[in-house]
Design a protein around this ligand. Structure first.
Ligand code: DI6
Ligand code: FE
Length: 400
């Protein structure tokens, strides 16, 4: 397949590279699943010229989008909690009153795999319609062995039902379930860790996550889970510094974490630890917006220290009922003052890095042909519009 007459935002990095890695009057050659050539059409080698050619009429080509942090498999919804919070209850107050994550746990435990899948697919479809080809899905609403495994099996099923790749993350350390109230250490040792081992044995886990927060788990408890992850040779990541600063990002960085996520309350020491470890900052403006948070993540500091920034939906029924990466990009710019180029890198190259994927996220020779073709010419337009989807076509592993 030869795509011509395109503006290609390759999103490659480097000294002599244009913003967005932009190539004008570009062409992309796709062979099977892979990108075989990309560059200015004028430089196209003659052996690539006589192929099935698509004239893109000046459209923009970018890497396909990647949502690197979702809780898209979950039972029920939390519209009532939304109402409570609008009447003044805080997210933490709702959680302490037995609502919040725990109410989704009840609904998730009660749901069958078929029901959970049926609930998740329309949301996955919304992402796909915006050019997503890879998403991460976390467990963490089961909080017992069987229900955690059930969630992860549903997450794996998504990739069989839809043309999309899925990375699964074990998030047993998400909240203390009601039956362990006041016994959080016992929960970690007798449920969370055995469930992680069982899920790993069933080949259901690609990475391990936790929620390090006053209303969830302390750093010492997260460390116990991460020790097991290390033993199992699974990469880790962490919900850190979302509502307060417990030093979670630095803890995660100490384990060579792929990412530290949320990080509104991250301090300089945390940024430095992430920079040293090569840990990606996954920013989740949907949760910031939904919770009407006012503390903005330390974007300038992350930028200055060269910490790669990714953006994700955090799609979940409580703090971020959001299934649009384009809107997430807009929020990253408007709420966090990221540049449109950073926003696009955040849902492509840096999102791939946050998932430990080196085979996608840029338009480069040898990478998977996961591409998005847009009815826009200026790449900044992707982050600028609100509630408008200019996707012309999505290419998944070389298939339109
Ligand atoms: N932080 C979040 O934003 C999600 N999980 C977490 O640790 C939201 C979880 C929820 O409210 O259901
Ligand atoms: Fe989350």
């Amino acid at each position: 397949m030869l795509l011509t007459n395109a503006r290609v935002a390759t999103m490659t990095e480097g000294e002599a590279v244009e913003p967005y890695g932009l190539i004008e009057a570009g062409a992309v050659v796709v062979q099977g699943e892979r990108i075989q050539w990309v560059g200015a059409a004028a430089d196209l080698p003659t052996d690539f010229r006589d192929q099935e050619t698509t004239d893109l009429e000046g459209r923009l080509v970018t890497p396909a989008l990647i949502d690197c942090h979702t809780h898209i498999v979950a039972g029920g919804n939390r519209a009532r909690e939304f109402e409570m919070r609008l009447q003044g209850a805080s997210y933490e107050e709702v959680a302490r009153a037995g609502g919040g994550i725990v109410s989704t746990v009840k609904a998730t435990r009660a749901a069958s795999e078929v029901e959970l899948l049926a609930d998740a697919l329309p949301k996955v479809d919304a992402l796909i319609r915006e050019g997503v080809t890879l998403l991460e899905v976390k467990s963490g609403y089961g909080l017992d062995l069987e229900a955690e495994l059930k969630m992860l099996r549903v997450a794996r099923r998504i990739a069989q039902e839809r043309p999309v790749r899925v990375k699964t993350t074990f998030l047993g350390a998400h909240a203390v379930p009601p039956e362990f109230k006041g016994r959080d250490d016992a929960y970690i040792d007798t449920v969370c860790i055995p469930a992680l081992r069982a899920a790993h044995d069933a080949a259901l886990v690609d990475a391990v996550d936790g929620f390090c927060e006053g209303i969830a788990f302390q750093p010492t408890q997260i460390a116990r889970v991460f020790e097991v992850a290390k033993e199992l040779e699974l990469p880790v990541k962490l919900h850190a510094e979302q509502l307060s600063n417990l030093g979670g990002a630095a803890l995660a960085a100490g384990y060579g974490a792929l990412s530290a996520d949320h990080i509104e309350y991250l301090d300089h020491a945390g940024v430095a630890a992430m920079a040293a470890a090569g840990t990606v900052a996954v920013l989740l403006p949907g949760a910031f917006y939904t919770l009407r948070e006012t503390q903005v993540p330390p974007i300038d500091s992350l930028r200055r220290q060269g910490v790669p920034m990714a953006l994700a939906t955090d799609a979940n029924p409580g703090s971020s009922p959001l299934t649009s990466l384009l809107l997430t990009m807009n929020m990253g710019c408007t709420l966090f003052r990221m540049t449109p180029e950073e926003a696009l890198a955040g849902v492509t190259r840096n999102a791939a890095q946050a998932l430990g994927h080196s085979d996608c996220g840029t338009v480069e020779v040898g990478k998977r042909a996961d591409l998005a073709i847009w009815d826009v010419t200026d790449p900044a337009e992707l982050a600028y519009r609100i509630g408008f989807n200019p996707l012309h076509k999505r290419i998944f592993g070389g298939r339109a």
